[in-house]
Design a protein around this ligand. Structure first.
Ligand SMILES: [Zn+2]
Length: 235
């Protein structure tokens, strides 16, 4: 190769996507195990899929590439999810929350007998101390919680009953034995967008404009965290 040619090659910027960090977005549950059932009878999986699609769009707007995990709902195994994410820079599992049986009340919605709660609402973020990167996981979870609060979303204090606080102000809790958080080679968090058994919050969680605002807060928090850890170049 001539010297001139070599210099020319050095001037070519690397392909844009080669520089982008990759965040794996996992749609919680699936077609066969739909997860919780909302107050109006919709599966958690349907909520998770809608929100994950919004989140993917907002991450891409933050110059982050997305690896879609279980967007078609056909990955049943929990272990397979972080495995499918291998090689990414961060892992986010998207869920929606319920409440234990003792706090459910019965009602009939459009002819169906269903259950709801009035006692619990708000988002929650989980990290595992057994994850191989607990500091990065918590750093990103706190950044996400701070962005969500800044955007006007409120964490549920409910998880304090069962879980040790990691950063309670920002709605971050420890849940060490979650398979998707510890059987992994990536820093990771699990996001519960809200409580679909809560009748009012369920409607808010179905609002596409609000979904987008929430996804934007989540993506901004992840972007801020990836900048601090050197995975994403500052703008
Ligand atoms: Zn779930």
């Amino acid at each position: 190769m001539s010297k001139m040619m070599f210099c020319f090659l050095l001037l070519i910027p690397p392909l844009a996507f080669a520089d982008k960090p990759v965040v794996a977005v996992d749609v919680g549950h699936g077609v066969r195990d739909g997860g919780a059932i909302s107050a109006r009878g919709r599966s958690e999986f349907a909520f998770n899929r809608d929100f994950s699609e919004r989140l993917a769009g907002q991450l891409e707007a933050q110059r982050i590439a997305v690896r879609e995990i279980n967007f078609d709902g056909h990955i049943d195994s929990l272990v397979a999810r972080p495995e499918a994410a291998s090689g990414s820079d961060f892992f986010v599992s998207v869920h929606h929350d319920s409440v234990s049986e003792a706090y459910l009340q019965a009602w009939v919605w459009e002819g169906r007998s269903l259950t709801y709660t009035d006692v619990k609402k708000g988002y929650g973020i989980f990290v595992s101390a057994a994850n191989p990167f607990p500091e990065t996981s918590l750093l990103c979870a706190s950044a996400v919680g701070a962005m969500l609060r800044r955007a006007g979303f409120e964490p549920t204090p409910w998880h304090g009953r069962k879980h040790q606080a990691a950063d309670a102000v920002n709605g971050v809790w420890y849940y060490d034995n979650l398979v998707v958080l510890y059987r992994t080679t990536l820093p990771a968090l699990l996001f519960e967008a809200g409580v679909i058994k809560h009748r009012d919050e369920e409607l808010l969680l179905r609002d596409p404009v609000r979904q987008r605002r929430m996804a934007d807060a989540l993506a901004s928090g992840i972007a801020a965290c990836l900048q601090v850890t050197g995975k994403l170049a500052p703008e």
